[in-house]
Design a protein around this ligand. Sequence first.
Ligand code: SAH
Ligand code: SF4
Ligand code: F3S
Length: 446
Amino acid sequence: MTTKLRRYHITTFGCQMNKADSERMAGILEDMGFEWSENPDGADLILYNTCTIRDNAEQKVYSYLGRQAKRKHEQPDLTLIVAGCVAQQEGEQLLRRVPELDLVMGPQHANRLQDLLQQVLDGSQVVATEPIHIVEDITKPRRDSTVTAWVNIIYGCNERCTYCVVPNVRGTEQSRTPEAIRSEMEELGRQGYKEVTLLGQNIDAYGRDLPGSTPSGRHMHTLTDLLDYVHDVPEIERIRFATSHPRYFTERLIRACQELPKVCEHFHIPFQSGDNEVLKAMKRGYTQEKYRRIIDKIREYMPDASISADAIVGFPGETEKQFENTLKLVEDIGFDQLNTAAYSPRPGTPAAIWDNQLSEEVKSDRLQRLNHLVAQKAAERSQRYLGRIEEVLVEEQNPKNPSQVMGRTRGNRLTFFSGNIEQLKGRTVKVKITEVRAFSLTGEPC
Ligand code: SAH
Ligand code: SF4
Ligand code: F3S
């Protein structure tokens, strides 16, 4: 389409879904002959893959965009693209706010980047935010790692948590077929990848929108069935999955994790609040008692499993007492890791217009108190690794110490040990843990 060498840059905000989408969009651009530019100022095409989960995530996008929009006045052939969740949320309004933009495209349109870009090169300013059926991607993603890879298994979310924009911006659930997932994993195995993380906003919903069965006649309706079906993909040594929803989480899944050796003993199950009234107002569909029962069950099968989660503080109407129930849950369960956030009202969500919003002071005070407890509990959880031998899949050199490599334990703890990355990348090494910190470990190969 163009003979001149064109360079592209992508900055990705937000969650693993966005990272996976960015890798696919980068693959499309490279197929079209674009070359990666680490420095955005050296690129002829800049794509921001954006997140709108909280207001500060969205504001960050505008500050990045403002800078590049200015640059466009000196370099009119610069192509500026906003993809992802802010694009979906704002649509046409983004063009009014930043007229320099060439293309605004929602997450469901990621695989269509080539078509959309062609329309831009033909001279149009394009907005692609209408809901569509996501087409299977035939381009090879340009993945950030050569060891671990994301594989989407279900797009969208059909839940209606009252604080959350995701259903508005990611659309309704759409599962990929087990065959498409397996063949992507087989390709990853052939390319030398060792670990796959299966992705979905509500991964336990996998398969409920799929018709019938596979050609072999087997039903592939649940995440558990899918894990069975992909477990023997050659070369893939580890399988992870995220994010689990307590409302749909099953004992069958726990059993499958215990029985299938490649599936890592790590569960990411956001609880959001430890208070039943708040959970109800959030429309989460479970109680804190049910959440505790899930964790108990996991620990009954796998006493050493790692547990991580997300939590929100300062949801509208949350009292000090209700917040203390969240602290209590964190105290009792002892998470290996917890992503915490102060509630942020999001346009188009029910809770944003309730009149019982809390002040920023209360929210940030609660966030600090929770974070303090989280670090303390994570440090306690790390203690159990001391002196133990853990399997670490080596991913990268330690950026802060080139004589060390880093990787993750099966339980997802980041671990450093001395070694040469050229020799060890992609290898699983037995490491004796000699030092523990709240969120990472150091050890010696043995
Ligand atoms: N699908 C996942 C969460 C996706 S969003 C689930 O159901 O748990 C990632 C996290 O962002 C959420 O778990 C929640 O803790 C946080 N989050 C979502 N909306 C938010 C809001 N309006 N304010 C603050 N945090 C929010
Ligand atoms: Fe958002 Fe709830 Fe869906 Fe998670 S399950 S993405 S929190 S609506
Ligand atoms: Fe953000 Fe969209 Fe993910 S809003 S958290 S990038 S689904």
